[in-house]
Write a protein that binds this ligand. Structure first.
Ligand code: PXL
Length: 273
């Protein structure tokens, strides 16, 4: 039998299905990776905003990861919404215990409408316990500013922030360009020596809910399959670009992206259409 690659997401549940655990599992599936989850918090949420946040206990989170580690194992882990310093510490301990090879840390802080998904007191725990274990950290510009205390206005600022986050102990850093204002969206990868820019055209749309989760989940799936970081980021970029361009028009607010668009595009290309 062909080897089955597996990925585990440790994140919050988005009842609306566009972000969080749901976005991660859909993305793993689309990229041919078996998806597993450890839920840190349940959010009541739709395209209009976050109506409720219900964190799980430290025990509940620890045990979900334990169950997977004891039996199934995983080729990669992604973390998303972790909410509190207690949950971050427990997750970091479990990740160390199971000697996870590929860890993608998406430092989720605030939902699109402004609802906090990480308590302010937990930012230092993220820096102390989790980022040093990361293969790659994937902040957007506001998250990179919070992690570094820098104000990011231009490419030089971005490079400085990437270096500072790398110095916290992560192997790679990608500062995403989705929050910029240029008509291109550029993601900047730093490996400790070189900066690599991944550029795509900016798409004007309000349907971008869950883009950060989806991008990081695609990187996780590709690392799980054994691709290197540059290949993984390139595929993730194509995946999220297709998902944003082919949005679904669901809900009255910031709608979800289209998680099946990338495979559809690939199938059409191999069809010769
Ligand atoms: O996109 C960040 C994010 C992560 N996790 C959950 C979310 C969101 C954004 O809304 O709801 C559960």
């Amino acid at each position: 039998m062909e080897k089955v690659f597996k990925a585990l997401t440790i994140a919050g549940s988005d009842s609306g299905g566009g972000a969080g655990i749901q976005a991660d599992l859909k993305t793993f599936q689309e990229l041919g990776v078996y998806g597993m989850s450890a839920i840190t918090a349940v959010t009541a949420q739709n395209t209009l905003g976050v109506q409720g946040v219900y964190p799980l206990t430290v025990e509940a989170v620890r045990e979900q990861i334990q169950s997977i580690g004891d039996d199934m194992g995983t080729d990669a882990v992604k973390t998303g919404m972790l909410f509190s310093s207690e949950l971050i510490k427990a997750v970091a301990e479990q990740i160390q215990k199971f000697e996870i090879a590929n860890l993608v840390v998406d430092p989720v802080m605030i939902a699109k409408g402004g609802a906090p998904l990480l308590k302010t007191e937990a930012i230092s725990a993220l820096i102390t316990y989790l980022i040093p274990l990361a293969t790659v950290v994937t902040p957007n510009i506001p998250e990179a500013e919070t992690l570094t205390g820098l104000k990011i206005d231009n490419l030089e600022d971005r490079k400085k922030a990437a270096k500072q986050i790398k110095d916290l102990g992560a192997k790679f850093v990608i500062i995403k360009g989705g929050h910029g204002e240029e008509n291109e969206s550029m993601d900047l990868l730093y490996d400790g020596e070189e900066y690599t820019q991944f550029v795509s055209k900016r798409v004007e749309t309000k349907h971008t809910h869950g883009t950060g989760c989806t991008f990081a989940a695609a990187i996780t799936a590709e690392l799980a399959k054994g691709h290197d970081i540059r290949e993984a980021v390139q595929t993730a970029k194509s995946f999220i670009e297709a998902a944003i361009i082919n949005q679904l028009g669901i809900g009255n607010g910031h709608g979800p992206t289209n998680h099946w668009a990338y495979q559809l595009k690939k199938a059409m290309m191999t069809d010769g259409r």
